[in-house]
Design a protein. Structure first.
Length: 227
């Protein structure tokens, strides 16, 4: 795992340099969903600084054992409103906010613990019916509404494009997310910054970096195939 992690970090750096970006502007989210706590611990000891988890219950259990370890926890899965209470206690960044109702619940729970919760807006950039994320044409209105919630701070956009074996086929979705970000940035919404683009996974992170990713979410290339 240490070797795989090293290789992923090198690939990130190379991809960034090759397109003229500072490698420091791309952060690795090591996706540790379904990975047992002791292996997550090893990953932190090997230099992982951000963990990506998809299930609140699972993350809570791991966090209990790893609370003293120097890692930042990000939520990347589908968040149910009734888990928002736990999510605000655990996660520094929630990547997957796609509905006003969910945003309101996160805001309410964050207020209770006096926290400004940082979030990303998940966009259904491919407009597949089965996918989570706000539709492109609704993103502006959602952002406007969310910008009024005092205990939320929007940092950027996230997407999960359709799966292809061929990374080049995913490129148009990544570039569409960046285009949407550039467009929304011009609206100058109060309390909203859109500097983060969370996109790119094991199969396509280099293309995502070329298209402007600032957070790449990588599981398999670090931990091996999930059970
Ligand atoms: C599982 C998951 C990943 C990581 O996928 P890999 O192909 O294992 O790198 C990234 N993002 C999200 C939202 C995921 O659920």
């Amino acid at each position: 795992m240490i070797k795989r992690l090293q290789s992923v970090k090198e690939r990130i750096e190379n991809a960034a340099r090759a397109c003229g970006r500072d490698p420091e502007t791309v952060r690795l989210v090591a996706v540790s969903k379904t990975i047992p706590t002791d292996r997550v611990k090893q990953a932190i000891q090997a230099g992982v600084t951000i963990l990506g988890e998809s299930y609140v219950q699972e993350a809570r259990a791991k966090f209990n054992d790893l609370a003293t370890y120097p890692a930042s926890w990000h939520f990347i899965g589908h968040l149910q409103s009734n888990k928002a209470k736990y999510a605000v206690r655990l996660f520094d960044l929630i990547h997957s906010v796609d509905k006003l109702k969910l945003a309101r619940e996160i805001d309410k729970q964050a207020k209770k613990i006096n926290k400004i919760q940082e979030i990303l807006i998940q966009v259904n950039i491919s407009e597949e019916a089965s996918k989570s994320g706000v539709d492109v044409e609704d993103a502006h209105n959602l952002l406007k509404d969310i910008s009024l919630l005092e205990n939320l701070s929007v940092k950027g956009l996230m997407t999960m494009p359709p799966y292809f074996n061929e990374p080049e086929k995913v490129r148009p979705y990544f570039s569409a997310l960046r285009g949407l970000r550039d467009h929304l940035e011009q609206q100058e919404l109060f309390n909203v910054t859109l500097s983060e683009l969370s996109m790119g996974m094991t199969g396509d992170f280099e293309v995502a970096i070329q298209e402007g990713a600032t957070l790449v979410r990588i599981g398999t290339a670090i931990f091996g195939k999930r059970e």
